[in-house]
Design a protein around this ligand. Structure first.
Ligand SMILES: C=C(O[C@H]1C=CC=C(C(=O)O)[C@@H]1O)C(=O)O
Length: 375
């Protein structure tokens, strides 16, 4: 199967996960695992897959794993196809009729105010970082054209992880994230945390300036260091060898520049699965903050919605415990004729509310472009 065939075959409810290594496509559901106990899911999945070579479990964990159930399925049929790119770049764009209603939640001015309150709370509570998100609610006259949006996301995003996954209640999560929470292949583990952002620009001079400003930004390096330290602290006990570059790299998506660090390690205990490790890492300071519990509390105080499966993780695992789990950002939850799109940003003591608001607007562009919307 090539990229065009897997995309043609996709219907909402299926699992689609395109990376630079392969495209994983799962349809139907032979078994479903759902629950708020992630370690228990981590035990149940490999036990259920044992003895069925080639089988996979695929799905999502939410932001708040204690309140919203993780949702994993063993599909009836799984195809592991070649990477969608470079062929996907030549696919025609699919037309998406615009929504009837677009509503910001909260209003942009209120998000900027929440950022200002977060900056004060960081100093009052002795915290290093919190990630605050906002949403756009879109209402369409008919069903949201999930297949067309996924098609355009795949076409637009040659790197990273472009996904569609079923959620409980017939809903779907679709998006294209650059960030790898954790992959495991045998004893080798990789995490590719991203934090620190600047928008891309169609003008090459402005684009380069934005990248250079990000590379030199002390505030963004602080934001990034909090994240990398947390990833390393969590992975170190599991690994006999952990490689952490001294300085972050500048990476890009079609809409954003980021600072990222590729962390690689060698597992001490080969029985620790990809899902166990993803569960141990989540929620990282890329989507929550530091200290974790204080940040989770502050997110609950300042955001006027439940994040659901945004800022969770999406991926797959096989019977050996190998798998890939990406951070579910640059994504939207879809339910019939409604789509809720999310974007967040890391707030540190040096953050500026207006700049943070602009950053979330830029991050929305991944999904908005796939819908042909200019907002
Ligand atoms: C939380 C999001 O992005 C994270 C990933 C990369 C850069 C980020 C930042 O610079 O704030 C965020 O930590 C999001 O896109 O909703």
């Amino acid at each position: 199967m090539d990229a065009r065939e897997t995309l043609e075959e996709y219907t909402p409810g299926d699992f689609y996960f395109a990376t630079s290594r392969h495209t994983i496509f799962g349809s139907g559901s032979r078994l479903t695992f759902t629950g708020t106990d992630v370690p228990a899911l981590g035990d149940a999945v490999p036990a259920a897959l044992a003895g069925t070579p080639g089988s996979l479990a695929v799905g999502v964990l939410p932001f708040d794993t204690t309140a919203t159930p993780g949702h994993l399925v063993v599909p009836e049929a799984v195809q592991v196809a070649a990477p969608a790119h470079p062929a996907a770049a030549d696919l025609p764009r699919m037309t998406v009729d615009g929504p009837d209603v677009v509503r910001a939640v909260p209003e942009p001015v209120d998000h900027a105010e929440a950022v200002a309150r977060a900056v004060r709370a960081l100093s009052d509570r002795g915290m290093r970082k919190v990630v605050l998100a906002r949403a756009l609610d879109l209402e369409f006259s008919g069903e949201v054209p999930v297949k067309a949006v996924l098609h355009n996301l795949v076409k637009d995003n040659p790197h990273g992880y472009t996904f569609a996954a079923a959620l409980p209640g017939g809903r779907s999560l679709i998006g294209a994230t650059p960030e790898l929470l954790l992959s495991r292949s045998g004893r080798r583990v990789v995490s590719h945390p991203h934090a620190g952002s600047a928008p891309r620009s169609a003008d090459p001079v402005t684009d380069r300036e934005n990248a250079e400003r990000l590379a030199a930004s002390r505030k963004d390096h602080v934001e990034h260091a909090v994240l990398t330290e947390a990833i390393v602290e969590t992975l170190r006990p599991f690994c006999r060898d952990l490689h952490v570059p001294r300085t972050p790299s500048l990476v890009s998506t079609p809409t954003m520049w980021h600072l990222s660090t590729m962390v690689t390690g060698e597992l001490t205990d080969p029985d620790v699965t990809a899902l166990h490790l993803a569960g141990a890492l989540h929620p990282t300071p890329a989507i929550c903050g530091s200290p974790t519990e204080d940040a989770r509390q502050l997110v609950g105080e300042l955001e006027p919605f439940d994040r659901g499966y945004y800022a969770g993780t999406v991926g797959w695992m096989d019977a050996n415990g190998d798998g890939e789990w990406a951070v579910s950002i640059r994504c939207a939850e879809v339910s019939a004729s409604r789509l809720r799109l999310y974007a967040g940003g890391g707030i540190v003591p040096a953050s500026d509310p207006k700049a943070e608001l602009d950053e979330t607007s830029a991050k929305f562009q991944t999904l908005l472009r796939a819908m042909g919307l200019e907002l």
